[in-house]
Design a binder for this molecule. Structure first.
Ligand SMILES: [Zn+2]
Length: 323
């Protein structure tokens, strides 16, 4: 018995370590990795190039790509698909309207792909464009190079809760569960492989942008995701994880709201919670250790958006972009 456990110990440790690595995750920007049979994860270089992650799903005769990325990210992803898979891209699904997920649309359509999204993505673009596209084109060479007046909306949309694409070899589900990170948040779910692509509703690290969001509804959307049978979570930013990431992301959002709510109850003003020093924002709000994985540079802004949501009774996206 002793001998057996001694033999097994390295394997047990290796298994535990693999679990920890999967949960904590190590960032490996610009890598293109197979995460399941015919499912590839390209980790975007967020810090260097502002890129989101891409997921490539291999069908029998073509590929489905999750997120258009920025134009330069689209080109890098296309090169990896050509090199590693060699099948044409038929669909590119925009999980939402943000530039790092959708501004690469023209690159994909020029290569013959159909861009696809929930109809909320087109509606969000109507609210925020062409302003954001023009700002991006002023600061990013890849957007400027396209020489377009505004963002290219997805060519095909679905308006219900679910759309399915199947070619006999694989079934791919596209879901909409309501307003969390944006009003057009779409998810890609592979029921057989139990893989969920979450866009920016669930990220692995301190990457939550809440400006266009609905902080009160966001955890409810994650609860709907948790009803799916999920083994692997492929987030919009940060490395892949297992299903525990869903709960951890939800807990961060709940703790943030709870802390700000308590401050509002104590009649604290926004200036008491968030201060600006130069270009840096600081906050007096401190969250528990167990959700610190999600606390980073955006945290003071997250506190500010949450404060405004609670005191106005409106989702921040409505404060910023209107109805
Ligand atoms: Zn986003």
């Amino acid at each position: 018995m002793v001998r057996l456990s001694r033999i097994l110990l390295p394997f047990v440790l290796a298994g535990l370590l693999a679990g920890v690595v999967l949960r904590q995750g190590r960032t490996q920007p610009n890598t293109f990795k197979r995460v399941a049979e015919g499912v590839w994860f390209r980790e975007g270089d967020l810090k260097g190039k502002g890129h989101c992650n891409n997921i490539v799903i291999e069908m029998k005769d073509y590929c489905i790509v999750v997120d258009a990325n920025f134009p330069s990210g689209a080109e890098e992803c296309l090169a990896d698909i050509k090199r590693a898979i060699g099948k044409p891209v038929k669909y590119v699904f925009d999980t939402h309207h943000h530039g790092d997920h959708a501004y690469g649309n023209p690159i994909w359509t020029r290569h013959g792909a159909t861009t696809l999204a929930h109809k909320g993505v087109v509606e969000e673009m109507k609210r925020y464009e062409p302003k954001r596209w023009q700002e991006a084109a002023a600061s990013r060479e890849d957007c400027k190079k396209l020489n377009l007046p505004t963002a290219e909306p997805p060519k095909e949309t679905f308006s219900g809760a679910k759309k399915v694409i199947s070619d006999g070899s694989r079934t791919v589900e596209f879901h909409f569960f309501g307003w969390a990170h944006t009003r057009g948040d779409g998810f890609v779910y592979l029921p057989k492989e139990k893989i969920l692509c979450t866009g920016d509703v669930v990220v692995n690290g301190p990457y939550n942008y809440m400006g266009d969001g609905n902080g009160a509804n966001w955890p409810r959307v994650i609860e709907r995701l948790q009803k799916l049978d999920v083994k692997t979570v492929l987030p919009g930013h940060g490395p892949p994880s297992d299903a525990t990431l869903l709960e951890r992301q939800k807990q961060f959002l709940l703790e943030l709201r709870k802390a700000v709510q308590a401050a509002v109850k104590q009649k604290k003003k926004l200036e008491d919670l968030v201060t600006t020093e130069g270009t840096m924002k600081k906050t007096t709000i401190v969250l528990p250790e167990r959700v610190q994985h999600f606390v980073g540079d955006f945290f003071p802004s997250q506190v500010e958006y949450t404060y405004k949501e609670i005191t106005t009774g409106k989702p921040h996206g409505e404060i910023l972009g209107g109805k």
